[in-house]
Design a protein around this ligand. Structure first.
Ligand code: MN
Ligand code: MN
Length: 299
């Protein structure tokens, strides 16, 4: 298998090979942050997460299944290429690459870059998919800075495409009145950070699992600003009062087994000393170790 529209990188996730032919998980970076308005820099995110992944332990003690994520059948095909460097061109390129990976029944792992890339990936996937969005923000604005396609409006475009019952938002704590009204009107399911703090991550994880209809595959999309800035200071739009890494992992453990695609976005590495990229690498490692159960036959 050859994926068109990517440029290989030297430092891959976990040092994985670049050839996706025998891989079950295919990693691709999306170095794009053009619609970011506050703290740009997430185009450096893919490289920072890859570097961090090589520095942490990839064995998952807590998953208790004796799996080392770095020994799973992973390929890192490099960064998705697009010209010109515009949001429309990025969206087309990401849709194409995700389509090629998913067609081979491999699990795409996307490293952002800004959160806008999720729309492109959704366009490449079956329409019955349910998106679990971990985020401080709803990203439900109709327009932001006159832009229809931006990281502040990406979930609005996805709801328009899939319908409101295909989106579940987790960790929400920073919304505009416009977004709140839209979410109410369209009956979008969301769990605020406050809900998680009050009821506990394990209880909320069960409620999320119960809210997901049986059958359709899941898309797990992580905007790193879902974490408190204490745990993930280097993001484009930090918001105080967020989840701990541990709370996020508790919820991930419950929902990950059904996921067919994963992305992690909004790491802006120049705003810290590597803390946020290390947390992102740990989250990806946990996702992979849990997903390993699906591929035990190839281990
Ligand atoms: Mn956000
Ligand atoms: Mn977001």
């Amino acid at each position: 298998m050859t994926v068109q529209g990517v440029s290989p990188v030297v430092n891959t996730l976990f040092g994985a090979p670049i050839d996706p032919s025998t891989a079950s998980f295919v990693v691709a970076g999306v170095p794009f942050d053009e619609t970011s308005t506050y703290r740009k820099g997430s185009k450096q995110g893919p490289a920072a997460i890859r570097t961090a992944s090589q520095m942490i332990e990839s064995f998952c003690l807590d998953e208790q299944n004796n799996v080392d994520a770095a020994h799973l059948p992973i390929a890192d095909i490099g960064d998705i290429t697009f010209e010109p460097h515009t949001v429309q061109s990025m969206l087309r390129a990401v849709e194409s690459v995700v389509g090629q990976i998913a067609q081979e029944e491999k699990i795409p792992i996307l490293l952002g870059g800004e959160h806008t890339l999720t729309l492109a990936a959704v366009r490449a996937l079956p329409r019955d998919i349910v998106l679990l969005q971990f985020d401080a923000h709803m990203d439900l604005r109709d327009r932001f800075n006159d832009q229809e396609f931006s990281h502040a409006s990406v979930q609005r475009r996805i709801v328009e495409q899939l319908g409101p019952d295909h989106l579940i938002q987790i960790g929400i704590r920073a919304v505009s009145k416009e977004e709140f009204d839209y979410a109410q009107e369209h009956k979008i399911t969301y769990y605020s950070c406050n809900d998680i703090r009050k009821e506990g991550a394990a209880t909320i994880a069960r409620r999320i699992n119960d809210a997901i209809p049986p059958g359709p595959p899941l898309y797990i999309s992580i905007d790193m600003d879902v974490l408190d800035p204490a745990y993930a200071p280097a993001v484009g739009n930090p918001e105080a009062g967020g989840l701990t890494t541990s709370e996020l992992l508790t919820i991930l453990r419950v929902v990950t087994p059904r996921a067919m695609i994963f992305d992690i976005t909004e790491v802006t590495p120049q705003y810290d000393q590597g803390i946020t990229a290390i947390a992102a690498a740990r989250i990806i490692t946990t996702f992979l170790c849990i997903q390993a159960k699906r591929f035990q036959k190839v281990l």
